[in-house]
Design a protein around this ligand. Structure first.
Ligand SMILES: Cc1ncc(COP(=O)(O)O)c(C=O)c1O
Length: 165
């Protein structure tokens, strides 16, 4: 963990390099988009790059993003009619200081995780439920269902599953 309560990407890289060296399999890396206690946002953009680097080195693992708390805030990243907001300053016009440039980059990269969870019963103000979203790569790799149809809209690149508790 770094001094901002986020995954220390450099430290994680060293661990993964060691695993690759020792040929030890890694099942998954789980990132968090808004931790319960600190509201810390992992650097998702760096983690997806790290996953790609490790894949090139022969170490394959699954990347799940726990966006149970933060996921709904992603709705602020659309200006309307599904048009993505290009810069964090457009959001700061509403929220004043949030998101920082780096948090903006993290949120903008969540569709590159293999799967995401979002809790409607947190910032969605729903009574209950959880949304599980699987990216096309994850489906191809883990479910052997073939390729997801290509769609330029990031959200549409995932398969959604709404579970009601
Ligand atoms: C970041 C995060 N992930 C997962 C959970 C689990 O949520 P639940 O058991 O309410 O679906 C929580 C709950 O606080 C959370 O904050």
């Amino acid at each position: 963990m770094d001094s901002h309560f986020r995954t220390d990407v450099g430290a994680l890289r060293n661990i993964l390099l060691r695993c690759a060296d020792e040929r030890r399999p890694v099942l998954a890396v789980v990132s968090v988009l808004g931790t319960t206690e600190e509201g810390a946002v992992d650097q998702i953009h760096r983690l997806v790059e790290l996953q790609a680097e490790m894949r090139r080195r022969g170490l394959e693992f699954y990347h799940h993003c726990d966006a149970a708390w933060g996921g709904y805030t992603r709705t602020l990243f659309y200006a309307g009619k599904g048009k993505p907001v290009g810069t964090p300053s457009a959001i700061r016009e509403i929220t004043q200081t949030w998101p920082s440039d780096e948090v903006f980059q993290s949120f903008s990269a969540i569709h590159r995780a293999d799967s995401i969870t979002i809790d409607p019963h947190k910032l969605g103000y729903e009574r209950t439920g959880v949304v599980l979203s699987f990216g096309p790569g994850a489906c191809a790799r883990t479910c052997a269902r073939g390729n997801h149809p290509e769609n330029p809209h990031p959200a549409a690149r995932h398969k959604y599953l709404l579970l009601r508790g």
